[in-house]
Design a protein around this ligand. Structure first.
Ligand SMILES: [Zn+2]
Length: 225
């Protein structure tokens, strides 16, 4: 199996995991940098409903080179981020209710649980509900994202980036989980956030050994069983 087919299989599984965790609705998209100048993307359809034959290949301008479906309207978000961040290999854009709720209040995302430690460097808020449908908006968003691994889009959703597709799945699930806990805790009182040092020490543990594998295996079995 060639490199792109393998990437398609991994991307398909990632989409099915997000779907099984109810992180997708009819919208959202996931892309992977398949080569220096090629992007593998879910097409304009509910991303949790894709099959292998649905994926499309885009160039770095977001123009379709291969595949049946059409590019998503917000493709400029992906192309701008890939241009601005050479180390980014994959991008998730989704609209979970919890993240939209966090995007409209000043506190944004606070690291309140161990699942949120990966976001200790902060999750900026793109202060506009606009869909990212032009290169100019894409570049604006990439500027606000800067070196972070996540960004909230006010009243709209969130985007998560990684250099690894397995890690993107972990980040995409954990961002929502952390914010869900943050919302629950806020009902009880002012949540206490992890310090940067506390977060870093847990990130260190979570990036060692088989921690990521164990995380993924659970969600894969929840999705496929
Ligand atoms: Zn969107």
């Amino acid at each position: 199996m060639d490199h792109v087919e393998l990437l398609k299989e991994k991307l398909l599984l990632a989409c099915k995991i997000f779907q099984s965790q109810k992180l997708f609705d009819g919208f959202g998209h996931v892309t992977v940098r398949a080569a220096e100048d090629r992007i593998l993307s879910t097409p304009k359809m509910p991303p949790g409903k894709v099959s292998m034959r649905d994926f499309i290949i885009l160039n770095m301008e977001g123009e379709k080179l291969e595949g049946f479906g059409e590019p998503n309207g917000e493709t400029p978000m992906h192309t701008s981020i890939y241009r601005a961040r050479p180390e980014v290999k994959c991008i998730l854009h989704y609209h979970p209710d919890e993240l939209i709720a966090a995007s409209v209040v000043e506190q944004g995302v606070k690291v309140v649980a161990n699942c949120g430690v990966f976001f200790y460097q902060g999750t900026p808020i793109f202060d506009s509900p606009s869909l990212i449908v032009t290169p100019a908006l894409g570049d604006d968003l990439a500027r606000v994202l800067a070196g972070h691994n996540s960004i909230l889009l006010r009243g709209h959703g969130a985007t998560v980036v990684s250099d690894d597709l397995d890690e993107l799945v972990r980040l995409g699930i954990n961002l929502v989980k952390n914010v869900r806990i943050q919302i629950m805790a806020s009902v009880l009182g002012a949540p206490k956030a992890h310090s940067e040092a506390e977060s870093r020490s847990i990130v260190e543990l979570e990036t060692q050994g088989n921690a990521l594998r164990r995380f993924l295996d659970y969600y894969i079995s929840e999705t496929l069983d």
